[in-house]
Design a protein around this ligand. Structure first.
Ligand code: ATP
Length: 379
């Protein structure tokens, strides 16, 4: 703990309002008393921990200290509270999260706005994947938007480093609505393609202004996928029949893909990109790098420039709408289950798993957009 880069105390911040509460911490809007800068303060939940900072927060700090990218929220500092074991993460403040913003907007984003958001999301995901990081929790509420139209991924509590070889990971990842089919089917050697499925769900949600697969149970999730995309089979997903739960799950028989029917206003490029992201076989699913080169981004209209994005009243400051409340409750249940699972992993396990330097590595260890690692996976 002595290596924590704490140079500040939370008493140097004046809390303005409470803007979010997740499973792993409460988030406040606050002002730096010295500089006047408005920041987001995330209080790390310690009540369930006996031996220091929770694994999820360790992961979040570790990943965020390594990442500097315009579309990834900037962790400015880690500061202490009045009690010796209270820790706060200080982030740049973003006016909206897309979950609440979409729920509060009467109309969907325009096609050029969706394109602008998708470009920024894919840039960030490509950055993470090229640095061997999977988010494992991409969803609309974890995408922040500044008043300057900049999208930023937040919440890296489930993020982890991955390897070029198959390795078993925990199945308790990704909020239900954004979870990839291979996870439901019990594949524990999943890859970063699970993030790309979530990107597909986010894209569908931005296009239709409603969550794409708002299932309440795993089975309902699979049924909703099949209803839109058709039934998975050995022909389109080699190895599907051998997946651990493939035999026990009864898939409805549905031979058609209804993306065109269900997205009547989407362009040809948008439908093609959506289908390529929502590809059942993770080995065939589009990577973030390939998605950035997709013809959708060349089609008319061009993506809106972030600076030209309209501004919206902050959804942080409005009351929660019913729809958002429902989303939050469902996610909360899921996250509690995941937290229990995650808490069972010891700090030592985490160290071995991630094989990644010091928990609170020096600033010099940051990864930047230009320093893309060579990946052996695609060679
Ligand atoms: N930097 C920020 N600026 C503005 N709002 C933020 C910021 N970081 C987080 N928030 C708000 O707080 C909410 C919860 O944050 P976050 O997802 O990081 O917490 P969590 O406890 O990990 O949540 P979850 O239960 O989803 O895992 C976000 O959805 C967003 O509304």
């Amino acid at each position: 703990m002595t290596s924590l880069p704490v140079r500040d105390s939370v008493s140097n911040y004046e809390k303005i309002s409470r803007i979010g509460e997740g499973t792993y911490g409460v988030v406040y809007k606050a002002r730096d008393r010295t500089t006047g800068e408005v920041v987001a303060l995330k209080k790390v939940r310690m009540e369930r921990e006996r031996d220091g900072i929770p694994v999820t927060s360790m992961r979040e700090i570790r990943v965020l200290q390594q990442c500097r990218h315009p579309n990834i929220v900037h962790l400015k500092k880690v500061v202490t509270g009045s009690k010796p074991d209270s820790i706060f993460l200080v982030f740049e403040y973003c006016t909206h999260d897309l979950g609440r913003l979409v729920d509060a907007m009467p109309r969907p984003f325009s096609p050029s706005e969706v394109k602008c958001l998708m470009l920024q999301l894919l840039e960030a995901v490509d950055f993470l994947h090229s640095h061997w990081i999977m988010s494992r929790d991409l969803k609309l509420p974890n995408l922040l938007l500044t008043n300057g139209g900049q999208l930023k991924i937040c919440d890296f509590g489930l993020a982890r480093y991955f390897h070029a070889f198959d390795e078993a990971y925990t199945p308790k990842v990704v909020t239900l609505w954004y979870r990839a089919p291979e996870i439901f089917l019990g594949q524990d050697t999943y890859t970063e393609a699970i993030d790309m499925w979530a990107v597909g769900c986010i894209f569908g949600e931005l296009l239709q202004h409603e969550p794409l697969f708002p299932g309440r149970t795993e089975m309902e999730m699979l049924e909703r996928m099949v209803r839109l995309l058709g039934s998975p089979s050995e022909a389109i997903w080699p190895g599907f029949a051998k997946l651990p739960h493939a035999g026990s799950l009864k898939f409805p028989s549905q031979p058609y893909n209804y993306v065109e029917r269900d997205f009547p206003h989407a362009s040809v490029g948008a439908m093609s990109l959506l289908n390529k992201l929502l590809t059942y076989d993770p080995a065939k699913r589009l990577s973030a790098r390939a998605a950035l080169r997709h013809s959708y981004f060349q089609e008319q209209p061009p993506p809106k420039q972030p600076a030209d994005f309209p501004t919206f009243p902050s959804a942080h400051d409005t009351g929660l709408r019913q729809k958002h409340q429902r989303r939050a409750e469902m996610e909360q249940q899921e996250d509690v289950a995941r937290h229990k699972q995650g808490a069972k992993r010891s700090r030592a396990q985490l160290e071995v798993e991630e094989r990644f330097g010091e928990a609170f590595g020096a600033q010099g260890g940051q990864l930047r957009g230009s320093a893309v690692l060579k990946r052996t996976r695609n060679m």
